[in-house]
Ligand binder design. Structure first.
Ligand SMILES: [Zn+2]
Ligand SMILES: [Zn+2]
Length: 232
């Protein structure tokens, strides 16, 4: 109906309601179908998407109902809704956020007061504490990329810096002092998420003499993109 309406094609709302109750929604009343349509409108309204004019958005739609509606609408081919669907995949989330940031966001989203928890298998690497400690000690409280002092004192009373593997462990980089740098959080994020991360990586090799360039092993395995795993 929405597609028809957006394309200026006339249709009969009551007839569609009857049709739905004759088919998929056989045990529903006319009113319950109406209400369902108004829930869909409410979800669309909140997303600043067009909705069917004859179905005024239902008030006080619950966050869970809204998410269900969005998932349904997106399954029915309203592709532009996909970025609004919650996800537990970190890289997919980043992608959706990026897409939405480039759109007109409209009214503030309700979000969820009780986000669903999921468990998944993630690959982590066994790391040598001595390597990390040595690299942090060598940095003497200053970021090895930009030279700034650590932004704050950590809960262990020591200057807070993060250790980054220049050749990622997921790309078969080594857990050694010649592949690890102590960075401030900004520079660390830049290594993983910035547009210029490849160039920035080269400057790390230039600035930190102990680093040795490692070549990613060609093993036929898929190398995880940097953004997917947690910072390492
Ligand atoms: Zn820095
Ligand atoms: Zn890192």
């Amino acid at each position: 109906m929405l597609h028809k309406e957006l394309n200026g094609i006339r249709y009969n709302k009551a007839a569609v309601n009857r049709e739905m109750r004759a088919g998929e929604l056989a045990n529903r009343t006319e009113g319950s179908v109406e209400f369902r349509m108004q829930n869909i409108s409410a979800a669309l309204y909140e997303l600043r998407m067009p909705f069917i004019a004859g179905y005024k958005p239902a008030r006080n739609i619950g966050a869970d109902v809204k998410q269900k509606m969005i998932a349904l609408l997106s399954a029915y081919g309203i592709e532009s809704l996909e970025p609004y669907v919650p996800t537990d995949d970190a890289s997919e989330l980043a992608l959706r956020v990026s897409t939405l940031r480039q759109r007109h966001l409209g009214i503030a989203p309700k979000g969820s007061t009780a986000p669903v928890a999921t468990t998944s298998t993630i690959t982590t690497f066994v790391r040598d504490p001595a390597v990390k400690a040595w690299v942090l000690h060598a940095a003497k409280g200053h970021c090895e990329a930009c030279g700034s002092p650590a932004p704050f004192v950590g809960n262990d009373g020591l200057p807070y810096l993060e250790v980054h593997h220049v050749m990622p462990l997921a790309s078969h980089g080594s857990d050694t002092i010649t592949n690890a740098a102590a960075l401030c959080p900004n520079c660390h994020r830049r290594c993983h998420y910035s547009k210029d991360r490849d160039e920035f990586k080269i400057t790390l090799y230039e600035r930190i003499p102990r680093l040795i360039l490692e070549v990613p092993e060609l093993s036929g395995e898929t190398v995880l993109p940097m953004q997917t795993s947690s910072l390492a």
